[in-house]
Design a protein around this ligand. Structure first.
Ligand code: AMP
Ligand code: MG
Length: 705
């Protein structure tokens, strides 16, 4: 059960004297009885407030989640050595029996830490103390420690950038001190409330009150932008409580690691879910800042600028425009990851068999074979583990995907065996661990397996699912409006047309390109060559789109109303790009929304969309700048090209694998676009192309189509 009526987030403190304000105890509260963050001066007072909140919740028949920014467990091996049990809650009780912390915050944490250190070999693991304290078993410096045999970080901390080790007791980030004191107080709370109170993730979370540890820094991005709080601590507890109250806690509380790790080390609630928490807050931080007003400014020289310069300029000025959202992995195909994905479990999670056959311990084979091993009863199959130990010198029937039973490390293929049901016979040589898969040999739990910015492919969904990731943070789809302009255009191809009218060809083409790129196309329709009507469409587009594409009217002629309007009201920069087919590209901001003014010619509009639109939109959608991967292939055509501009020809591969180009270069020839399967890119210099010469071919697939 993961619905809570109320959430409290406690910024705990290890102060030795009562203190208010920054770096003292703050309690944030969201959900039922939500209120502003509360500041208390002592731990005794904080615990009294928490007890009151718990009683009120139980009295009202409600559920309460309390999370603390302390560690609930220590790195593997600690609990076992200290208490004889590999359980964090055993350490809590151990501490509760020893920690003294009075109503004025006077406490014995350093002495207790020194006592703990005496249970471990060498020096450590705890370190850090005031100089005045003379405790030989508690070194003042971390590097003085040696031989204590424990890791610095818990597994969960490796997912939280900047997390401080639990061993540090003094000065900045001394989470260790806070945790020693906190765990002792919480152990007493457990004793008091019994079955009404459970600790996540060590216990079931069905109890009405659940305690969890968390990490305030998870929501730093929102905290940085928050205004009106007394101090950073107040903003942290308030915002994190609200994020927990709104987030999908079922997903956050799914067991994030193997049971033994959770029992012993604990887990930070929200580790790996920072984006989801920020999204739940809907913090303004999540919608990235709009583009700067002068982002498209280009020195207007006499010269035409090379394509490469234009691309570099775009790459340097455009940034991501979309906020994040949390969605189910199975629905995330084609979406852009807004977080690094870390494996929640290993693949495979346990050692298993790669084939159908017979398993045994390699060490039990003697001689060179053939080998005869008695078969034990039963079998191991995928989803049906065989729980008993296999005695050495025996074999067991095992099927693909079955966990290797204890005592099995090697499997022979069924086809290489003979059996009468009681024994199995096979030939050598047999290599140890043959036909088995190691736990985590594909991906180990905790490893980052996909980076932020990745556009998720079908195999990515398989991988994420296998690794226990059921929810992912992705960027919202980029909403791209498409507007056609021109007095001659008709929207509906089945409409009767007069001789001076043509059907709008660009809009259906561009909308489909955008859809294939995974953006959210928005049809802004068609506007005649009239400033007022174009203005109205652009206004409408600026309301509901992140980017707007227009086609037509983008040059500097009499009827080029798009560029005239954008110049007057949208800080237009005409980029004179040395490109054929192309003409100038109009780039502007309309009410803060970037507008890409494409030429009207369908061929030019398409080429400009691929060359400039593809990388620019990828960048604005959060997946980074993308350049098409071209291949050098022999030409099957002849062409003499002038210097001073780059040219793109409609092309495809002929049966012999050479590049052929469309018979006409006329930029109104839409049939050539439909004929083509890619473009040939001819460099800026003059060039005489003859059959057999290598040319750069860019298949449409290299533009994500
Ligand atoms: P413009 O850029 O407005 O000067 O238009 C250049 C050429 O492209 C003209 O022949 C227009 O009729 C044609 N054109 C403009 N927009 C479209 C469109 N949406 N569909 C088909 N042709 C168009
Ligand atoms: Mg026109």
């Amino acid at each position: 059960m993961t619905r809570f009526d109320r959430v409290l987030v406690v910024d705990w403190s290890a102060n030795s004297t009562p203190k208010r304000g920054a770096d003292s105890i703050w309690i944030g509260s969201a959900g039922a009885q939500a209120g502003p963050p509360v500041n208390v001066a002592t731990r005794t007072e904080a615990m009294a407030q928490l007890r009151a909140a718990i009683r009120a919740t139980l009295g009202a028949g409600q559920r309460l989640l309390i999370s603390f920014d302390i560690g609930f467990g220590f790195p593997a091996g600690f609990a076992q050595r200290l208490t004889g049990r590999a359980e964090a809650l055993a350490v809590w009780d151990w501490l509760a029996a020893r920690i003294e912390d009075d109503a004025k915050n006077r406490n014995n944490r350093f002495a207790v830490a020194a006592e703990i250190n005496r249970h471990f070999p060498g020096l450590g693991p705890f370190w850090g103390r005031p100089d005045a304290l003379d405790l030989p078993d508690l070194p003042a410096k971390g590097r003085a420690r040696e031989g204590h045999g424990l890791a610095e970080l818990r597994q969960t901390e490796t997912l939280c950038a900047g997390a401080h080790p639990m061993w540090k007791l003094y000065t900045t980030g001394s989470v260790g001190s806070q945790s020693l004191l906190g765990q002792a107080h919480l152990a007493r709370l457990r004793a008091e409330f019994g079955a009404d109170l459970a600790v996540w993730p060590m216990q079931d979370t069905d109890a009405p009150v659940v305690l969890a540890e968390t990490y305030l820094t998870l929501i730093d991005r929102a905290v940085k932008l928050a205004e009106g709080y007394a101090c950073k601590d107040a903003a942290q507890v308030d915002l994190l409580a609200r994020a927990f109250a709104r987030a999908d806690l079922a997903a956050l509380m799914e067991p994030p690691a193997p049971r033994d790790v959770l029992q012993e080390e604990g887990w930070i609630l929200g580790a790996g879910y920072a984006e989801a928490l920020l999204q739940a807050l809907d913090a303004p931080a999540l919608t990235p800042p709009r583009l700067r007003n002068d982002c498209f400014a280009m020195p207007q020289g006499v010269d035409w600028i090379p394509v490469e310069t234009a691309l570099t300029r775009l790459r340097d000025t455009l940034s991501r425009l979309t906020a994040t959202e949390q969605i189910a992995t199975r629905e995330a195909g084609g979406r852009v990851l807004a977080e690094d994905l870390a494996a929640r479990r290993s693949n495979p999670p346990a050692p298993n068999s790669a084939v159908d056959g017979y398993g045994f311990a390699h060490a039990g084979l003697s001689g060179d074979g053939p080998y005869t091993l008695p078969l034990v009863a039963g079998r191991a199959a995928a989803g049906q583990p065989h729980d008993a130990l296999l005695p050495q010198g025996h074999a067991i029937r095992i099927l693909t995907g079955a966990i290797l039973p204890e005592g099995v490390d090697t499997v022979v293929l069924e086809e290489d065996c003979a059996t009468d049901g009681a024994r199995v016979v096979f030939d050598g040589p047999v290599k140890p661990r043959m036909n088995t898969r190691r736990a985590g040999e594909d991906v180990a739990a905790g490893a980052v397996f996909l980076p932020r910015g990745r556009v998720l492919t079908p195999p990515d969904l398989a991988l994420a699912s296998a690794l226990g990731v059921g929810q992912v943070a992705v960027y919202h789809r980029l909403r791209v409006g498409v507007l056609s302009t021109g007095d001659e255009l008709l929207s509906d191809p089945s409409q009767p047309a007069a001789a001076h009218q043509i059907h709008d060809a660009n809009r259906p083409m561009l909308l489909e390109v955008l859809r294939r790129w995974g953006h959210a196309p928005v049809d802004l329709g068609h506007a005649p060559d009239d400033a007022g009507l174009i203005r109205a469409r652009l206004d409408q587009g600026a309301e509901c789109c992140d980017v707007i594409f227009t086609s037509g009217g983008a040059s500097a002629g009499d009827e080029d109303h798009v560029s005239r309007l954008l110049r007057a009201e949208g800080s237009l920069s005409s980029w004179r790009i040395a490109l054929k087919p192309g003409r100038p590209l109009a780039l502007a901001l309309w009410r803060g929304v970037p507008v890409l003014g494409l030429p009207g010619n369908p061929v030019a509009a398409f080429v400009c969309t691929l060359i400039f639109g593809y990388p620019a939109l990828s960048q604005m959608a959060g997946s980074g700048w993308r350049s098409p991967a071209g291949v050098e292939l022999p030409a099957s055509f002849t062409k003499s090209k002038k210097a001073g501009r780059r040219e793109y020809l409609r092309a495809r591969l002929n049966a012999g694998g050479a590049v052929e180009v469309f018979a006409s270069e006329g930029s109104g020839r839409i049939s050539g676009l439909s004929w083509a399967e890619g473009l040939v890119e001819l460099p800026d210099d003059a060039l005489q192309i003859t059959p057999g010469m290598p040319v750069r071919y860019l298949p449409f697939s290299s533009f994500g189509l």
